[in-house]
Design a protein around this ligand. Structure first.
Ligand code: ATP
Ligand code: MG
Length: 426
Protein backbone atom coordinates (compact mmCIF):
# COMPACT_ATOMS: atom_id res chain seq x y z
CA UNK A 1 0.00 0.00 0.00
CA UNK A 2 1.22 3.51 -0.76
CA UNK A 3 2.49 5.43 2.25
CA UNK A 4 0.51 8.46 3.31
CA UNK A 5 2.48 11.67 3.05
CA UNK A 6 2.09 15.16 4.44
CA UNK A 7 -0.14 17.58 2.56
CA UNK A 8 1.66 19.64 -0.06
CA UNK A 9 2.89 22.93 1.34
CA UNK A 10 2.51 21.74 4.94
CA UNK A 11 5.81 21.02 6.60
CA UNK A 12 6.99 18.87 9.44
CA UNK A 13 9.45 20.72 11.62
CA UNK A 14 11.95 18.07 12.61
CA UNK A 15 13.99 17.78 15.81
CA UNK A 16 17.09 19.22 14.12
CA UNK A 17 15.09 22.33 13.26
CA UNK A 18 13.08 22.90 16.42
CA UNK A 19 15.97 24.47 18.37
CA UNK A 20 16.22 27.34 15.89
CA UNK A 21 12.45 27.80 16.03
CA UNK A 22 12.64 27.91 19.80
CA UNK A 23 15.54 30.33 19.59
CA UNK A 24 13.62 32.76 17.35
CA UNK A 25 10.37 32.39 19.27
CA UNK A 26 12.29 32.91 22.52
CA UNK A 27 13.85 36.14 21.27
CA UNK A 28 10.49 37.50 20.09
CA UNK A 29 8.83 36.56 23.36
CA UNK A 30 11.54 38.30 25.33
CA UNK A 31 11.46 41.47 23.24
CA UNK A 32 7.65 41.68 23.38
CA UNK A 33 7.59 41.09 27.13
CA UNK A 34 10.08 43.93 27.51
CA UNK A 35 7.56 46.31 25.94
CA UNK A 36 4.62 45.12 28.02
CA UNK A 37 2.88 43.06 25.35
CA UNK A 38 0.74 40.16 26.59
CA UNK A 39 0.06 36.91 24.83
CA UNK A 40 -3.40 35.89 23.65
CA UNK A 41 -4.24 32.45 22.20
CA UNK A 42 -7.13 32.09 19.79
CA UNK A 43 -8.66 29.04 18.10
CA UNK A 44 -7.27 28.02 14.73
CA UNK A 45 -10.74 27.70 13.23
CA UNK A 46 -13.24 30.56 12.99
CA UNK A 47 -16.50 31.19 11.21
CA UNK A 48 -15.86 31.88 7.53
CA UNK A 49 -17.76 35.18 7.71
CA UNK A 50 -15.21 36.60 10.13
CA UNK A 51 -12.55 36.53 7.43
CA UNK A 52 -14.84 37.60 4.60
CA UNK A 53 -15.96 40.63 6.57
CA UNK A 54 -12.51 41.66 7.77
CA UNK A 55 -9.94 40.75 5.13
CA UNK A 56 -12.41 41.64 2.35
CA UNK A 57 -14.38 39.64 -0.22
CA UNK A 58 -12.22 40.60 -3.18
CA UNK A 59 -8.78 39.98 -1.71
CA UNK A 60 -6.51 37.15 -2.83
CA UNK A 61 -6.87 35.46 0.52
CA UNK A 62 -10.66 35.32 0.55
CA UNK A 63 -11.13 34.79 -3.17
CA UNK A 64 -8.78 31.90 -3.63
CA UNK A 65 -6.63 30.97 -0.66
CA UNK A 66 -8.85 30.01 2.26
CA UNK A 67 -9.29 26.49 3.60
CA UNK A 68 -13.04 26.58 4.06
CA UNK A 69 -15.21 23.61 4.93
CA UNK A 70 -18.57 22.73 6.35
CA UNK A 71 -18.50 21.12 9.75
CA UNK A 72 -20.96 18.41 10.75
CA UNK A 73 -23.60 20.99 11.64
CA UNK A 74 -23.39 22.53 8.19
CA UNK A 75 -21.69 25.70 9.49
CA UNK A 76 -19.07 27.21 7.20
CA UNK A 77 -15.73 27.28 9.02
CA UNK A 78 -12.27 28.37 7.87
CA UNK A 79 -8.74 27.54 9.00
CA UNK A 80 -7.41 30.98 9.88
CA UNK A 81 -5.35 32.54 7.07
CA UNK A 82 -4.10 35.25 9.44
CA UNK A 83 -4.48 36.26 13.06
CA UNK A 84 -5.81 39.81 13.18
CA UNK A 85 -9.46 38.95 12.52
CA UNK A 86 -9.54 36.29 15.24
CA UNK A 87 -7.70 38.54 17.66
CA UNK A 88 -10.21 41.35 17.15
CA UNK A 89 -13.08 38.86 17.50
CA UNK A 90 -11.65 37.48 20.74
CA UNK A 91 -10.75 40.86 22.24
CA UNK A 92 -14.20 42.23 21.47
CA UNK A 93 -16.01 39.11 22.65
CA UNK A 94 -14.28 39.23 26.04
CA UNK A 95 -14.56 42.96 26.64
CA UNK A 96 -10.85 43.68 26.28
CA UNK A 97 -11.51 46.71 24.11
CA UNK A 98 -13.91 48.62 26.30
CA UNK A 99 -12.38 51.83 27.68
CA UNK A 100 -8.84 50.52 27.73
CA UNK A 101 -5.74 50.06 25.66
CA UNK A 102 -4.30 46.67 24.81
CA UNK A 103 -0.93 45.48 23.58
CA UNK A 104 -1.35 41.86 22.50
CA UNK A 105 0.60 39.20 20.63
CA UNK A 106 0.02 35.65 19.49
CA UNK A 107 1.77 32.96 17.54
CA UNK A 108 0.73 29.89 15.65
CA UNK A 109 0.00 28.29 12.31
CA UNK A 110 -1.89 30.05 9.51
CA UNK A 111 -3.32 28.41 6.40
CA UNK A 112 -3.48 29.67 2.83
CA UNK A 113 -3.94 27.63 -0.32
CA UNK A 114 -1.10 29.26 -2.26
CA UNK A 115 1.39 27.78 -4.68
CA UNK A 116 4.09 26.31 -2.43
CA UNK A 117 7.61 27.60 -3.08
CA UNK A 118 10.59 28.76 -1.07
CA UNK A 119 9.27 31.02 1.68
CA UNK A 120 5.63 30.36 0.77
CA UNK A 121 3.71 27.46 2.23
CA UNK A 122 0.15 26.36 2.82
CA UNK A 123 0.63 26.00 6.53
CA UNK A 124 3.01 28.62 7.84
CA UNK A 125 3.60 30.33 11.15
CA UNK A 126 3.27 33.91 12.17
CA UNK A 127 3.92 35.92 15.27
CA UNK A 128 1.34 38.67 15.28
CA UNK A 129 1.15 41.81 17.38
CA UNK A 130 -2.02 43.91 17.76
CA UNK A 131 -2.53 47.16 19.67
CA UNK A 132 -5.95 48.60 20.45
CA UNK A 133 -7.21 51.95 21.66
CA UNK A 134 -4.22 54.13 20.72
CA UNK A 135 -4.91 56.55 17.88
CA UNK A 136 -1.64 58.42 17.46
CA UNK A 137 1.44 57.68 15.42
CA UNK A 138 3.33 57.04 18.66
CA UNK A 139 2.11 53.46 18.88
CA UNK A 140 2.89 52.93 15.17
CA UNK A 141 6.41 54.09 15.97
CA UNK A 142 6.63 51.81 18.99
CA UNK A 143 5.84 48.78 16.83
CA UNK A 144 8.65 49.70 14.45
CA UNK A 145 11.06 50.43 17.28
CA UNK A 146 10.37 47.05 18.82
CA UNK A 147 10.78 45.20 15.54
CA UNK A 148 14.07 47.03 14.99
CA UNK A 149 15.20 45.79 18.41
CA UNK A 150 14.22 42.28 17.44
CA UNK A 151 16.33 42.42 14.27
CA UNK A 152 19.22 43.59 16.40
CA UNK A 153 18.75 40.68 18.81
CA UNK A 154 18.69 38.25 15.88
CA UNK A 155 21.67 39.83 14.13
CA UNK A 156 19.47 40.89 11.20
CA UNK A 157 19.76 44.68 11.32
CA UNK A 158 22.00 44.86 8.26
CA UNK A 159 19.79 42.45 6.35
CA UNK A 160 16.37 44.06 6.74
CA UNK A 161 15.04 47.38 5.54
CA UNK A 162 11.85 49.20 6.39
CA UNK A 163 9.37 50.62 3.88
CA UNK A 164 6.48 52.73 5.08
CA UNK A 165 3.55 54.50 3.47
CA UNK A 166 0.24 56.07 4.33
CA UNK A 167 -2.85 54.90 2.50
CA UNK A 168 -5.13 57.40 4.20
CA UNK A 169 -8.73 57.08 5.27
CA UNK A 170 -11.21 54.99 3.35
CA UNK A 171 -12.77 58.19 1.92
CA UNK A 172 -9.38 59.30 0.60
CA UNK A 173 -8.72 55.88 -0.87
CA UNK A 174 -12.11 55.87 -2.53
CA UNK A 175 -11.43 59.13 -4.34
CA UNK A 176 -7.98 57.91 -5.30
CA UNK A 177 -9.31 54.55 -6.47
CA UNK A 178 -11.63 56.32 -8.91
CA UNK A 179 -8.82 58.43 -10.32
CA UNK A 180 -6.54 55.41 -10.62
CA UNK A 181 -9.17 53.30 -12.37
CA UNK A 182 -9.90 56.12 -14.79
CA UNK A 183 -6.20 56.46 -15.63
CA UNK A 184 -5.50 52.73 -15.90
CA UNK A 185 -8.61 52.03 -17.97
CA UNK A 186 -6.83 53.83 -20.79
CA UNK A 187 -4.11 51.15 -20.67
CA UNK A 188 -6.30 48.15 -19.93
CA UNK A 189 -4.89 45.97 -22.73
CA UNK A 190 -1.28 46.61 -21.72
CA UNK A 191 -1.77 45.59 -18.08
CA UNK A 192 -0.78 42.13 -16.88
CA UNK A 193 -3.61 39.67 -16.46
CA UNK A 194 -3.85 39.94 -12.66
CA UNK A 195 -3.94 43.72 -12.87
CA UNK A 196 -6.71 43.64 -15.48
CA UNK A 197 -8.80 41.59 -13.10
CA UNK A 198 -7.91 43.85 -10.18
CA UNK A 199 -8.99 46.89 -12.13
CA UNK A 200 -12.53 45.73 -11.43
CA UNK A 201 -12.06 44.25 -7.99
CA UNK A 202 -9.15 45.72 -6.06
CA UNK A 203 -7.39 48.43 -8.14
CA UNK A 204 -5.07 49.64 -5.38
CA UNK A 205 -3.35 46.27 -5.43
CA UNK A 206 -2.21 47.00 -8.97
CA UNK A 207 0.27 49.44 -7.42
CA UNK A 208 2.41 46.60 -6.12
CA UNK A 209 2.24 44.52 -9.27
CA UNK A 210 5.60 42.87 -9.98
CA UNK A 211 5.07 43.19 -13.76
CA UNK A 212 7.55 45.59 -15.40
CA UNK A 213 5.13 46.85 -18.09
CA UNK A 214 2.46 47.52 -15.51
CA UNK A 215 5.01 49.32 -13.35
CA UNK A 216 6.00 51.49 -16.32
CA UNK A 217 2.37 52.45 -16.89
CA UNK A 218 2.07 53.30 -13.21
CA UNK A 219 4.90 55.81 -13.58
CA UNK A 220 2.49 58.52 -14.73
CA UNK A 221 -0.49 57.35 -12.69
CA UNK A 222 -2.13 59.66 -10.17
CA UNK A 223 -0.27 59.61 -6.84
CA UNK A 224 -1.97 58.34 -3.74
CA UNK A 225 -0.44 60.98 -1.49
CA UNK A 226 -2.06 63.76 -3.54
CA UNK A 227 -5.39 62.36 -2.38
CA UNK A 228 -4.59 61.90 1.28
CA UNK A 229 -6.62 63.79 3.86
CA UNK A 230 -4.89 66.29 6.12
CA UNK A 231 -5.25 64.09 9.21
CA UNK A 232 -3.57 61.11 7.55
CA UNK A 233 -0.79 63.33 6.26
CA UNK A 234 -0.19 64.82 9.72
CA UNK A 235 -0.22 61.34 11.26
CA UNK A 236 2.35 60.16 8.73
CA UNK A 237 4.56 63.24 9.18
CA UNK A 238 4.62 62.73 12.92
CA UNK A 239 5.41 59.01 12.52
CA UNK A 240 8.40 59.90 10.37
CA UNK A 241 9.59 62.41 12.96
CA UNK A 242 9.35 59.80 15.70
CA UNK A 243 11.23 57.24 13.61
CA UNK A 244 13.91 59.81 12.80
CA UNK A 245 14.24 60.69 16.48
CA UNK A 246 14.54 57.00 17.36
CA UNK A 247 17.20 56.47 14.72
CA UNK A 248 15.11 54.00 12.73
CA UNK A 249 15.97 54.07 9.03
CA UNK A 250 13.19 53.70 6.48
CA UNK A 251 12.18 54.60 2.97
CA UNK A 252 8.78 55.95 2.04
CA UNK A 253 7.38 53.73 -0.70
CA UNK A 254 4.37 55.55 -2.19
CA UNK A 255 3.27 52.33 -3.93
CA UNK A 256 3.20 50.24 -0.80
CA UNK A 257 -0.34 49.00 -0.26
CA UNK A 258 -1.24 45.87 1.61
CA UNK A 259 -3.33 42.98 0.37
CA UNK A 260 -5.92 43.12 3.12
CA UNK A 261 -8.88 45.49 3.06
CA UNK A 262 -8.85 46.54 6.68
CA UNK A 263 -5.72 48.69 6.56
CA UNK A 264 -5.79 52.50 6.56
CA UNK A 265 -3.29 55.30 7.27
CA UNK A 266 0.09 53.76 8.19
CA UNK A 267 1.25 50.61 6.39
CA UNK A 268 4.73 49.12 6.53
CA UNK A 269 6.87 46.18 5.51
CA UNK A 270 10.24 44.93 6.69
CA UNK A 271 11.93 43.46 3.67
CA UNK A 272 15.07 41.44 3.14
CA UNK A 273 16.94 41.26 -0.14
CA UNK A 274 18.43 37.89 0.75
CA UNK A 275 15.42 35.66 0.08
CA UNK A 276 14.43 36.55 -3.48
CA UNK A 277 10.79 37.26 -4.24
CA UNK A 278 9.53 36.16 -0.82
CA UNK A 279 11.36 39.01 0.87
CA UNK A 280 8.73 40.46 3.20
CA UNK A 281 9.49 39.12 6.65
CA UNK A 282 7.15 41.37 8.62
CA UNK A 283 4.20 43.45 7.50
CA UNK A 284 1.44 45.48 9.06
CA UNK A 285 -0.32 48.75 9.54
CA UNK A 286 -3.25 50.56 11.10
CA UNK A 287 -6.76 49.21 10.89
CA UNK A 288 -8.83 51.80 12.74
CA UNK A 289 -12.11 50.73 11.18
CA UNK A 290 -12.00 46.97 11.65
CA UNK A 291 -13.40 46.60 15.15
CA UNK A 292 -16.48 48.62 14.26
CA UNK A 293 -16.80 46.81 10.95
CA UNK A 294 -17.01 43.55 12.91
CA UNK A 295 -19.77 44.92 15.11
CA UNK A 296 -17.81 46.44 17.98
CA UNK A 297 -17.58 50.03 19.20
CA UNK A 298 -15.22 52.17 17.11
CA UNK A 299 -11.73 51.22 18.34
CA UNK A 300 -8.51 52.30 16.72
CA UNK A 301 -5.90 49.63 16.15
CA UNK A 302 -2.53 48.86 14.61
CA UNK A 303 -0.57 45.66 14.25
CA UNK A 304 1.77 43.49 12.23
CA UNK A 305 2.58 39.88 11.55
CA UNK A 306 5.89 38.29 10.81
CA UNK A 307 6.43 35.06 8.98
CA UNK A 308 8.53 32.68 11.03
CA UNK A 309 9.52 30.39 8.14
CA UNK A 310 11.00 33.35 6.29
CA UNK A 311 12.84 34.63 9.35
CA UNK A 312 14.33 31.22 9.98
CA UNK A 313 15.19 30.76 6.32
CA UNK A 314 16.92 34.13 6.46
CA UNK A 315 18.98 33.22 9.53
CA UNK A 316 19.99 29.94 7.87
CA UNK A 317 20.77 31.57 4.53
CA UNK A 318 23.00 34.14 6.20
CA UNK A 319 24.55 31.52 8.46
CA UNK A 320 23.39 33.44 11.52
CA UNK A 321 22.04 30.53 13.50
CA UNK A 322 23.85 30.86 16.82
CA UNK A 323 25.69 28.04 18.60
CA UNK A 324 23.13 27.98 21.36
CA UNK A 325 20.32 27.01 18.94
CA UNK A 326 20.85 23.28 19.20
CA UNK A 327 19.48 20.46 21.28
CA UNK A 328 22.82 18.77 21.95
CA UNK A 329 23.32 16.97 25.22
CA UNK A 330 25.91 18.26 27.66
CA UNK A 331 26.54 15.03 29.52
CA UNK A 332 25.77 11.45 28.50
CA UNK A 333 25.61 9.01 31.40
CA UNK A 334 26.38 5.43 30.40
CA UNK A 335 25.48 2.33 32.39
CA UNK A 336 27.24 -0.99 31.84
CA UNK A 337 25.60 -3.86 33.70
CA UNK A 338 22.48 -4.34 35.80
CA UNK A 339 23.73 -2.56 38.90
CA UNK A 340 24.94 0.44 36.99
CA UNK A 341 21.50 1.25 35.56
CA UNK A 342 19.99 2.29 38.89
CA UNK A 343 23.18 4.15 39.79
CA UNK A 344 23.12 5.98 36.43
CA UNK A 345 19.58 7.21 37.07
CA UNK A 346 20.53 8.39 40.57
CA UNK A 347 23.68 10.08 39.25
CA UNK A 348 21.74 11.76 36.43
CA UNK A 349 19.14 13.10 38.85
CA UNK A 350 21.89 14.60 40.99
CA UNK A 351 23.48 16.21 37.94
CA UNK A 352 20.14 17.68 36.83
CA UNK A 353 19.56 19.14 40.29
CA UNK A 354 23.05 20.53 40.69
CA UNK A 355 23.67 21.72 37.12
CA UNK A 356 20.44 23.49 36.23
CA UNK A 357 20.04 24.10 32.52
CA UNK A 358 22.46 21.33 31.53
CA UNK A 359 21.12 18.60 29.26
CA UNK A 360 21.81 15.23 30.86
CA UNK A 361 20.99 12.16 28.78
CA UNK A 362 20.92 8.82 30.59
CA UNK A 363 21.68 5.83 28.45
CA UNK A 364 18.80 3.37 28.16
CA UNK A 365 18.65 0.14 26.24
CA UNK A 366 21.78 -1.67 27.43
CA UNK A 367 24.50 -2.69 25.01
CA UNK A 368 28.27 -2.86 25.01
CA UNK A 369 30.63 -0.14 26.16
CA UNK A 370 31.46 0.57 22.54
CA UNK A 371 27.86 0.99 21.40
CA UNK A 372 27.06 3.16 24.40
CA UNK A 373 30.02 5.42 23.65
CA UNK A 374 28.87 5.68 20.05
CA UNK A 375 25.45 6.89 21.24
CA UNK A 376 27.17 9.29 23.63
CA UNK A 377 29.09 10.75 20.73
CA UNK A 378 25.99 11.07 18.58
CA UNK A 379 24.10 12.88 21.35
CA UNK A 380 26.47 15.78 20.87
CA UNK A 381 27.45 15.61 24.55
CA UNK A 382 30.71 17.17 25.61
CA UNK A 383 31.29 14.62 28.35
CA UNK A 384 30.43 11.01 28.95
CA UNK A 385 30.08 9.70 32.47
CA UNK A 386 31.09 6.05 32.60
CA UNK A 387 29.48 3.79 35.13
CA UNK A 388 30.30 0.06 35.05
CA UNK A 389 30.59 -2.73 37.61
CA UNK A 390 34.08 -1.54 38.69
CA UNK A 391 32.94 2.01 39.25
CA UNK A 392 29.93 0.85 41.27
CA UNK A 393 32.18 -1.30 43.49
CA UNK A 394 34.63 1.52 44.11
CA UNK A 395 32.13 4.41 44.33
CA UNK A 396 33.80 6.13 41.37
CA UNK A 397 32.80 7.28 37.91
CA UNK A 398 34.74 7.74 34.70
CA UNK A 399 34.60 11.18 33.12
CA UNK A 400 35.53 11.24 29.44
CA UNK A 401 35.70 14.41 27.33
CA UNK A 402 34.12 13.64 23.94
CA UNK A 403 35.14 16.77 22.02
CA UNK A 404 38.84 16.88 22.83
CA UNK A 405 41.78 14.52 22.97
CA UNK A 406 42.03 14.70 26.74
CA UNK A 407 41.94 11.32 28.39
CA UNK A 408 39.39 9.85 30.74
CA UNK A 409 39.71 10.55 34.45
CA UNK A 410 38.45 8.45 37.32
CA UNK A 411 36.72 10.46 40.04
CA UNK A 412 35.00 9.75 43.28
CA UNK A 413 31.27 9.94 42.47
CA UNK A 414 30.94 12.72 45.04
CA UNK A 415 33.40 14.86 43.05
CA UNK A 416 31.57 14.62 39.78
CA UNK A 417 29.36 17.67 40.23
CA UNK A 418 32.15 19.97 41.38
CA UNK A 419 34.34 18.78 38.49
CA UNK A 420 31.67 19.21 35.82
CA UNK A 421 30.41 22.58 37.01
CA UNK A 422 33.34 24.67 35.75
CA UNK A 423 33.76 22.48 32.66
CA UNK A 424 30.18 23.20 31.57
CA UNK A 425 30.46 26.82 32.55
CA UNK A 426 27.50 26.33 34.90
P1 ATP B 1 3.21 38.17 0.47
O1 ATP B 1 3.15 39.47 -0.24
O2 ATP B 1 4.60 37.66 0.67
O3 ATP B 1 2.27 37.15 -0.06
P2 ATP B 1 1.21 38.90 2.38
O4 ATP B 1 0.97 40.30 2.08
O5 ATP B 1 0.27 37.87 1.88
O6 ATP B 1 2.72 38.48 1.95
P3 ATP B 1 0.57 39.06 5.18
O7 ATP B 1 -0.77 38.50 5.00
O8 ATP B 1 0.70 40.48 5.52
O9 ATP B 1 1.48 38.71 3.91
O10 ATP B 1 1.39 38.20 6.23
C1 ATP B 1 2.49 38.70 6.95
C2 ATP B 1 3.74 37.86 6.77
O11 ATP B 1 3.45 36.47 6.85
C3 ATP B 1 4.38 37.99 5.40
O12 ATP B 1 5.16 39.11 5.34
C4 ATP B 1 5.21 36.73 5.34
O13 ATP B 1 6.41 36.87 6.08
C5 ATP B 1 4.32 35.74 6.01
N1 ATP B 1 3.57 34.94 5.04
C6 ATP B 1 2.43 35.29 4.37
N2 ATP B 1 2.01 34.30 3.58
C7 ATP B 1 2.89 33.28 3.74
C8 ATP B 1 3.00 31.96 3.21
N3 ATP B 1 2.10 31.46 2.36
N4 ATP B 1 4.05 31.18 3.60
C9 ATP B 1 4.98 31.65 4.47
N5 ATP B 1 4.92 32.88 5.01
C10 ATP B 1 3.90 33.69 4.67
MG1 MG C 1 0.20 36.76 0.10
Amino acid sequence: MAKIQAIRGMNDILPEQTPIWQFVEGKVRKVLAGYGYREIRMPIVEQTDLFKRSIGEVTDIVEKEMYTFEDRNGDSLTLRPEGTAGCVRAAEEHGLLFNQTQRLWYTGPMFRHERPQKGRYRQFHQIGVECFGMAGPDIDAELLILTARLWKELGLTAHTRLEINSIGTSAARKAYREALVEYLSGFREQLDEDSQRRLETNPLRILDSKNADTQAILGDAPKLDDYLDEESLAHFRRLRELLDAAGIQYTVNPRLVRGLDYYGKTVFEWITDSLGAQGTVCAGGRYDGLVEQLGGKPTVAVGFAMGLERLILLLETLDLVPEEANSDADVYVTAMGERAVAAAFAMSETLRSELPGAVIVTHCGGGSFKSQMKKADRSGARYAVILGENEIDSGTAGLKPLRSDEGQQELAQAELVSTLKPLLGA
